[in-house]
Write a protein of this length. Structure first.
Length: 250
């Protein structure tokens, strides 16, 4: 989704975020954190080639037909070489999760880096509902469907995917507070969770089930109404929920 260190650096927002919102960048700098995955240029060429092959295989054939043979065919590598870099499917799918994150961070940084003020949050929201003609949302919904299915039975993949959505939510929460200083941190966090939830559900209806993309504007406008409602009537839960917390392990 988003690498916040690269995002803040490239958009010149370090000072603005640190002054207006208590951004805890240490959350994103922990060793092994998925949001800090290396860029593809930093990966061995063959490893990146295998990841792209797995991505293409999921996009064209879905999860049901995924195999090392198909990944090898899509990547132009031998099956043995793919397995040299990724001995098991789970390791390969986690790498695909990181690849998905990079597909979003670069175009979003490019779209937001030249903007300030109200346009910035609008670019964020418009991008995820594919409303930017010059900066389209990645066409990767089949791959995310596969990742969600895998997450149901794989704890490491579930963690990787949850970290991506949580990281997006945290960055958006900071953006909401910067753009709308009248929002409390709790309200901004709730809005970020609602946005990510609506975005995911929206694309399952549109991209996965085939409803018209004209619905993009319906959900996008609903986000604006949600923001307005939180400004006019701030969140007042008697016991505020810690947004982006996870269920305790049993």
């Amino acid at each position: 989704m988003i690498n916040p260190d690269r995002y803040l650096k490239n958009t010149g927002q370090e000072g603005k975020f640190s002054k207006r919102v208590p951004v805890k960048l240490s959350l994103f700098q922990q060793p092994g954190y998925r949001g800090m995955a290396p860029t593809e240029n930093e990966l061995p060429d063959r490893r990146a080639q295998a990841i792209q092959g797995a991505f293409d295989a999921l996009k064209s054939h879905g999860l049901g037909e995924l195999s090392f043979d198909l990944v090898a065919s899509k990547s132009g590598m031998s099956r043995q070489l793919v397995r040299h870099y990724f001995p098991d499917h789970e390791a390969l799918m986690i790498a695909v999760c990181d690849h998905l994150a990079r597909l979003y961070s670069e175009p979003l940084i490019a779209a937001a880096s030249a903007l300030d003020g109200p346009e910035r949050i609008s670019v964020f929201l418009d991008f995820y509902f594919d409303l930017l003609a010059d900066n389209p949302k990645p066409r990767d919904d089949q791959v995310y469907d596969a990742m969600m299915a895998l997450a149901a039975r794989s704890a490491p993949i579930r963690t990787a995917l949850a970290d991506q959505y949580g990281l997006l939510g945290q960055v958006l929460g900071h953006e909401f507070v910067v753009q709308y200083p009248e929002l409390s941190q709790q309200s901004a966090s709730e809005l970020s969770f609602l946005f990510v939830s609506m975005m995911y559900g929206h694309w399952k209806m549109v991209a996965s089930l085939g409803y018209s993309e004209e619905h993009n504007m319906v959900t996008r406008r609903a986000i604006d109404r949600l923001i307005k409602s939180y400004i006019e009537s701030p969140s007042a839960l008697s016991q505020p929920i810690k947004i982006w917390s996870k269920q305790p392990k049993l």
